[in-house]
Design a protein around this ligand. Sequence first.
Ligand SMILES: [Zn+2]
Length: 974
Amino acid sequence: MRSSGPARFLCALALAAILVPSQSSAQQAIDERYTELIREFTTEEFFLTPLVDHLPASDVVPTPLEHLGYIAGTRDSLTYAEDVHDYMKAVAEASPRVTWTRIGVSEEGRDILLFLASDEATLESLDEHKALMQRLSDPRGVSEEEAARIISEVKPLYWATGAIHSSETGSPEMLMELIYRLAVDEGQFIRDIRENLIVMITPVVEPDGRNKVVDVHMAPRRNPDGTNPSRTVFWGQYVYHSNNRDGMALTLNLSRAITGTYLEYMPLVVHDLHESASYLYTSTGRGPYNAWLDPMTISEWNRLAHHEVRTLTGWGVPGVYTHDFYDGWTPNYMFWVAHLHNSIGRFYETQAARNAADYVLRTNQNRTWDRPNTPLREVVWSIRNNVNLQQSGLLVALNEVALNREEYLESFWTRSQRAVAKARTEGPAGYVLPADDRRPGQQARLLRLLQTHGFEVHRTDEAVTLDDRTYPAGSYVVRMDQPFSRGADMLLDRQFYSPDDPRPYDDVGWTFGALFDTETVRVDDVALLDVGMTLEEGPVRVAGGAVEADRGTTVAWAIHYAADNDLTRFRFAHEDLVLHAARESFEAGNRTFGPGSFILRSDENPADLGGMLEEAGQEYGFEAVALSDAPSVPTHEVALPRIAVMHTWQTTQNEGWLRIGLDEFGVPYDYISVHEVRDTPDLLDRWDVILFGPSVNSALQIVDGLGGSQPIPWEATDVTPNIGRQASSPDIRGGLGLEGVLNLQRFVEGGGTLITLTNSSRLPLHFGLAPGVSERQASDLWAPGGVFRARIPETESPLVWGFGEEIAVYFSQGQSPILNDGRPRPGTQVASEPDGSTTTRRSSRGGIDEDDVVQGHGRDWGQASMQAYRERQEEIGGGGGGGSWGGATPASRTLVRFHEDPMQLLYSGGLVNGRQLVSSPALVESRVGDGHIIMFSFNPFWRGNTLGSYAFVFNALLHHGHLRADQDEDEEDR
Ligand SMILES: [Zn+2]
């Protein structure tokens, strides 16, 4: 260690005297051994602060050193999730200032825990504080007097969450030490926190991934002479780094645990701990900020961040800064659970702890206005440095909120009030989901998701007419005069992202109604708020059951098909039933049944079919209609295919969202690697359908796979007991190989179905497996992840059964090839007309033809004087080419195409040079021999956001073997 000069030292002393108690005033013994080790593992004096340069001693509460045998941030030591939990439980056991509860269980069955630290009396009355925060979060029926009383009494909660990103290893170590300090430190600084706050700590949000990463990092230390894994292929069951992008769709157990816990405790701040920046980035983002968030929230971000930067910089710590990467736009991050509900969400990026070994860190950072205290050109970094900085920053933030508790609570109260007022100020009044939606199952699934977020859903008591449109009785309403209106608005509104804004950090468009293919009507008319409606108390479900025939013998039952995912779930859950799909629509029992509707004949099925369908109809939300005559319509049998989902060993990130979708709807599959395909000459013996989810961008990379001179194992051993669960191999090197390509070709030619999603479609394209289809370069296109309109030009193919003529799909230019089927593409001609680019205004809400709304303002501010001016102007309508067209060459059919009008192409997100994408094939089916290759350019399985598109793949599974629209007579079963 070295000192870096007396000036810095004096400055630090002066600040320390103000901000933290001196040793003498604390009058608390120091744990000498622990303190010695803190200093040993800290590489430089300036990576210590007065808050963490020592550890107070305790006679009753064990330190990490006493419990684990090492201190938090020990070189070469990382702690498994269970051991982190055991230590923190031991603290809770020993101290009345700490308690804990289980808030969830991971997909692999590990606990997700919440620890709470405060003073003894507060913890004893925890339920009262939770109830007061609930009261404050919903201003309806709370007077200003009551709010003032709550603000003076309640101890708000501040939630720190660690290790959602398993490769970012320091936070669980740090949080162990933090909870010890919160329990035992008698200094004024910590006492202020304890007496004014309830600190919530979830040390390991993703325990499955944590354990795998600890396995991989610790294996070489335990087994130095053996062959050890050198990379982490899986974290959790499904995805890795994107696990914190699940905050909107809530598909992962961890996301539901976090949201459920948030709604129960209503913490004022949610603070997520990450590692990627030098040395400590306390986030504010750089914008464009989310257009639905109360702008006050951004001010709070800055207040907290600048306080941390100022304090740590004052203590002489270099490289603490704010206002850096991340836009603050997309509400899918886990910590946005706070913003969806008027609290403050934030995150840190600390210099990475990696595998807990020391390393040389070099940086070359410009001295910008937001980062004048630059990190050093080079320095030795350690996991203890990481623990020091995270912990110091977090303690400073906790102390800031503790000392200014009432201000932060008043701000929360104001934001909650403004959220309720929103319906009548900035609008909209609400969203209506019409009772006659053509995909009621999708509608109900979306509404249940909103309910899981804590958003209220109402149902109209009678038919209502608004803006010249009549909505039937029983239509659903998401009111914007509810406390969490902003969160609901964020999910349901349209997004507009300008390319002139900083480069987006993630998706820029996500509108959930569109991606669920269910209609959500944004209603500005405040008359909506006075319509008679009733709050839905339980989860929204579609009514269903068996509709008996009036007369005659029931010879068959019919179930209308509108691509509802639950019908796929029903089919796979009832293998015993014999089902046929109607290849055309038909009329029966005074109803119209669309193509793909299920027909169940009484003579082919169990005797109690009616009773069984009554029960199943209620569970899956369909009506089975009894028919006294079998419909005279061509059909084929809906036989269950044998399905494989193929992965590459190179990345499981995006394909995990495919598996989570299949699992939700009970679709069984074998999970295989490219190696099994490479090594299985006769794939048709084992599978009917091979699903290849998103993988890597290059076909040759799929063929080559991972390289290297040493084997890379991914299997459970004594030193790596937590890996090899989803898939296992003694050596994951190598790819599909040319043998694998030939095996796939033989599989398809023999009658198999190969389905490729997004970039994996490059495999059949590159090897010419799909005749008539190629990739088209579109170098000037700018289309980051967003929602795009596409057309479904034909209805005959089983792949598009149940869909309408248009569909909104998720597309991201960086993730997918743009397909070319050789057909003319209307809408591509260069014109002086607007081309749909989102350059016309700043990033904001709405579509290209809509207006921005600034939250917290009246929606019509400034409009009256603009109106007179506007009246003299003529609006110029947009529009590009038009017309319709059929499929491509006979061997390939384009079943879904991006919209031909550049002004209509983008639904939500950002776009430049949309003419490069218009009319491009989005879903192509190629007939190869007796089989099919189905290529998606959009992603039908993206982060649980795209439930409206799942059924394109489900259709392929259900109608495997019958996919040709021009099916020969003799291939049909009647
Ligand atoms: Zn991270």
